[in-house]
Design a protein around this ligand. Structure first.
Ligand SMILES: Cc1cc2nc3c(=O)[nH]c(=O)nc-3n(C[C@H](O)[C@H](O)[C@H](O)COP(=O)(O)O)c2cc1C
Length: 186
Protein backbone atom coordinates (compact mmCIF):
# COMPACT_ATOMS: atom_id res chain seq x y z
CA UNK A 1 0.00 0.00 0.00
CA UNK A 2 1.45 3.39 -0.98
CA UNK A 3 0.62 6.67 0.77
CA UNK A 4 0.17 9.95 -1.15
CA UNK A 5 1.87 13.23 -0.18
CA UNK A 6 1.29 16.79 -1.40
CA UNK A 7 3.86 18.11 -3.91
CA UNK A 8 7.10 18.90 -2.06
CA UNK A 9 10.82 18.78 -2.94
CA UNK A 10 11.01 15.11 -1.99
CA UNK A 11 13.82 13.67 -4.08
CA UNK A 12 16.72 11.46 -3.10
CA UNK A 13 19.59 11.93 -3.27
CA UNK A 14 20.06 15.70 -3.14
CA UNK A 15 23.62 17.03 -3.24
CA UNK A 16 25.02 19.42 -0.68
CA UNK A 17 26.80 22.09 -2.72
CA UNK A 18 28.51 25.35 -1.82
CA UNK A 19 28.12 28.17 -4.32
CA UNK A 20 30.73 30.93 -3.98
CA UNK A 21 30.76 34.41 -5.50
CA UNK A 22 32.32 37.82 -4.97
CA UNK A 23 30.42 40.72 -3.40
CA UNK A 24 30.66 44.22 -4.93
CA UNK A 25 33.71 45.06 -2.78
CA UNK A 26 35.51 41.80 -3.60
CA UNK A 27 34.77 39.96 -0.33
CA UNK A 28 33.77 36.34 -0.94
CA UNK A 29 30.22 35.13 -0.28
CA UNK A 30 29.03 31.52 -0.14
CA UNK A 31 25.74 29.69 0.25
CA UNK A 32 24.60 26.10 0.55
CA UNK A 33 22.47 24.67 -2.28
CA UNK A 34 20.78 21.30 -2.57
CA UNK A 35 18.71 21.91 -5.68
CA UNK A 36 21.50 21.51 -8.19
CA UNK A 37 22.49 19.15 -10.94
CA UNK A 38 24.50 18.63 -14.11
CA UNK A 39 22.43 19.68 -17.13
CA UNK A 40 24.92 19.09 -19.96
CA UNK A 41 28.41 17.59 -20.27
CA UNK A 42 29.85 20.98 -19.34
CA UNK A 43 26.99 22.76 -17.59
CA UNK A 44 25.24 22.98 -14.22
CA UNK A 45 21.74 24.10 -13.22
CA UNK A 46 21.04 25.40 -9.72
CA UNK A 47 17.71 26.63 -8.38
CA UNK A 48 18.68 29.72 -6.39
CA UNK A 49 16.21 32.17 -4.86
CA UNK A 50 16.45 35.57 -6.55
CA UNK A 51 16.76 37.40 -3.20
CA UNK A 52 19.99 35.61 -2.31
CA UNK A 53 23.14 37.71 -2.32
CA UNK A 54 24.65 34.90 -4.39
CA UNK A 55 22.21 35.51 -7.26
CA UNK A 56 22.86 39.27 -7.24
CA UNK A 57 26.61 38.51 -7.32
CA UNK A 58 26.27 35.96 -10.12
CA UNK A 59 24.26 38.37 -12.26
CA UNK A 60 26.86 41.12 -11.76
CA UNK A 61 30.02 39.02 -12.07
CA UNK A 62 28.66 36.47 -14.58
CA UNK A 63 30.57 33.81 -12.65
CA UNK A 64 30.44 31.46 -9.66
CA UNK A 65 32.01 28.29 -8.30
CA UNK A 66 30.24 25.15 -7.11
CA UNK A 67 32.03 22.95 -4.59
CA UNK A 68 31.06 19.56 -3.25
CA UNK A 69 30.08 19.75 0.40
CA UNK A 70 32.17 17.49 2.62
CA UNK A 71 31.57 15.96 6.04
CA UNK A 72 34.44 17.81 7.75
CA UNK A 73 32.99 21.21 6.75
CA UNK A 74 29.34 20.63 7.68
CA UNK A 75 29.06 23.21 10.46
CA UNK A 76 30.38 25.94 8.17
CA UNK A 77 28.27 24.71 5.25
CA UNK A 78 25.09 24.77 7.32
CA UNK A 79 25.95 28.26 8.62
CA UNK A 80 26.40 29.72 5.13
CA UNK A 81 23.08 28.05 4.28
CA UNK A 82 21.25 29.85 7.10
CA UNK A 83 22.83 33.32 7.08
CA UNK A 84 22.64 35.62 4.07
CA UNK A 85 25.44 37.75 2.69
CA UNK A 86 22.76 40.46 2.45
CA UNK A 87 23.02 40.77 6.26
CA UNK A 88 26.46 39.26 7.00
CA UNK A 89 28.78 40.16 4.11
CA UNK A 90 31.83 38.57 5.76
CA UNK A 91 30.26 35.19 6.50
CA UNK A 92 32.99 33.29 4.64
CA UNK A 93 35.63 34.82 6.91
CA UNK A 94 33.36 34.14 9.92
CA UNK A 95 33.32 30.38 9.25
CA UNK A 96 37.10 30.41 8.90
CA UNK A 97 37.29 29.52 5.22
CA UNK A 98 40.21 30.67 3.09
CA UNK A 99 39.73 31.57 -0.55
CA UNK A 100 41.71 32.22 -3.69
CA UNK A 101 40.48 33.67 -6.96
CA UNK A 102 39.79 31.14 -9.70
CA UNK A 103 42.19 31.56 -12.61
CA UNK A 104 39.31 30.75 -14.97
CA UNK A 105 36.39 32.84 -13.69
CA UNK A 106 35.74 35.88 -11.49
CA UNK A 107 34.73 33.86 -8.43
CA UNK A 108 36.40 32.48 -5.31
CA UNK A 109 37.62 28.94 -4.68
CA UNK A 110 37.28 27.83 -1.06
CA UNK A 111 40.49 26.06 -0.01
CA UNK A 112 38.72 23.88 2.58
CA UNK A 113 36.44 22.34 -0.10
CA UNK A 114 38.64 20.13 -2.33
CA UNK A 115 36.48 19.73 -5.44
CA UNK A 116 35.22 22.76 -7.34
CA UNK A 117 33.47 23.46 -10.62
CA UNK A 118 34.40 26.91 -11.91
CA UNK A 119 31.50 28.31 -13.90
CA UNK A 120 30.55 31.18 -16.19
CA UNK A 121 26.93 32.33 -16.16
CA UNK A 122 24.92 31.11 -19.14
CA UNK A 123 21.63 32.60 -17.95
CA UNK A 124 19.40 33.13 -14.93
CA UNK A 125 15.84 32.02 -15.55
CA UNK A 126 13.72 34.44 -13.48
CA UNK A 127 10.56 32.29 -13.68
CA UNK A 128 12.12 29.13 -12.24
CA UNK A 129 14.88 30.99 -10.38
CA UNK A 130 17.40 28.73 -12.07
CA UNK A 131 21.04 29.58 -12.72
CA UNK A 132 22.64 27.84 -15.67
CA UNK A 133 26.42 27.85 -15.71
CA UNK A 134 29.05 26.59 -18.14
CA UNK A 135 31.80 24.64 -16.41
CA UNK A 136 35.04 26.15 -17.72
CA UNK A 137 37.39 24.44 -15.27
CA UNK A 138 37.29 21.80 -12.55
CA UNK A 139 39.90 22.02 -9.82
CA UNK A 140 40.43 19.13 -7.42
CA UNK A 141 42.86 19.17 -4.53
CA UNK A 142 45.48 16.44 -4.78
CA UNK A 143 44.59 15.29 -1.28
CA UNK A 144 41.38 13.65 -2.59
CA UNK A 145 42.74 12.25 -5.85
CA UNK A 146 42.93 8.48 -6.21
CA UNK A 147 46.11 6.66 -7.15
CA UNK A 148 45.93 6.05 -10.89
CA UNK A 149 43.48 8.90 -11.54
CA UNK A 150 39.98 9.93 -10.61
CA UNK A 151 38.64 10.98 -7.24
CA UNK A 152 38.91 8.86 -4.10
CA UNK A 153 35.33 9.25 -2.87
CA UNK A 154 36.26 8.11 0.64
CA UNK A 155 38.87 10.86 0.88
CA UNK A 156 36.48 13.45 -0.57
CA UNK A 157 33.74 12.35 1.89
CA UNK A 158 30.80 14.08 0.17
CA UNK A 159 27.47 14.79 1.84
CA UNK A 160 23.92 14.35 0.68
CA UNK A 161 20.79 16.08 2.02
CA UNK A 162 17.84 14.09 3.35
CA UNK A 163 15.19 16.72 2.60
CA UNK A 164 12.36 14.93 4.40
CA UNK A 165 14.08 14.42 7.74
CA UNK A 166 16.36 17.47 7.53
CA UNK A 167 19.58 15.49 7.90
CA UNK A 168 22.96 15.51 6.26
CA UNK A 169 23.91 11.99 5.15
CA UNK A 170 27.44 10.78 4.42
CA UNK A 171 27.81 9.01 1.05
CA UNK A 172 28.05 5.25 1.65
CA UNK A 173 29.77 2.27 0.11
CA UNK A 174 29.81 1.35 -3.61
CA UNK A 175 27.04 -1.18 -4.31
CA UNK A 176 27.61 -1.92 -8.00
CA UNK A 177 29.23 -0.90 -11.28
CA UNK A 178 27.26 1.66 -13.30
CA UNK A 179 26.65 1.08 -17.01
CA UNK A 180 27.71 -2.52 -16.39
CA UNK A 181 25.70 -4.55 -13.88
CA UNK A 182 22.52 -4.14 -15.92
CA UNK A 183 24.16 -6.31 -18.58
CA UNK A 184 23.44 -9.32 -16.33
CA UNK A 185 19.91 -9.22 -17.72
CA UNK A 186 19.93 -10.86 -21.12
C1 LIG B 1 20.94 22.27 3.45
C2 LIG B 1 20.56 23.56 2.74
C3 LIG B 1 20.22 23.53 1.41
C4 LIG B 1 19.85 24.71 0.74
N1 LIG B 1 19.52 24.65 -0.58
C5 LIG B 1 19.16 25.79 -1.23
C6 LIG B 1 18.85 25.75 -2.62
O1 LIG B 1 18.96 24.71 -3.29
N2 LIG B 1 18.46 26.92 -3.21
C7 LIG B 1 18.34 28.09 -2.51
O2 LIG B 1 17.98 29.11 -3.12
N3 LIG B 1 18.67 28.17 -1.19
C8 LIG B 1 19.08 27.05 -0.54
N4 LIG B 1 19.42 27.10 0.78
C9 LIG B 1 19.34 28.39 1.50
C10 LIG B 1 20.54 29.33 1.23
O3 LIG B 1 21.78 28.63 1.35
C11 LIG B 1 20.48 30.49 2.24
O4 LIG B 1 19.30 31.21 2.08
C12 LIG B 1 21.70 31.41 2.20
O5 LIG B 1 21.69 32.19 3.37
C13 LIG B 1 21.76 32.31 0.99
O6 LIG B 1 22.96 33.06 1.13
P1 LIG B 1 23.27 34.39 0.31
O7 LIG B 1 22.10 35.34 0.51
O8 LIG B 1 24.55 34.91 0.94
O9 LIG B 1 23.43 34.01 -1.11
C14 LIG B 1 19.82 25.94 1.45
C15 LIG B 1 20.22 25.95 2.81
C16 LIG B 1 20.59 24.79 3.44
C17 LIG B 1 21.01 24.83 4.89
Amino acid sequence: MRKNFKPQPYLYPQPVLVVATYNEDGTPDAMCAAWGTICDNDAVALVLNADHKTVKNIKRNKAFTVSTGTVDQLVAIDYVGMVSGNEVPDKVEKVGWHTEKSAAVNAPIIDELPMTLECKLIKYDEKFECVYGKIVNISIDERVLAEGGGVDVKKLDPVSLDPINGKFIRLGEPVGNAFSMGKEIK
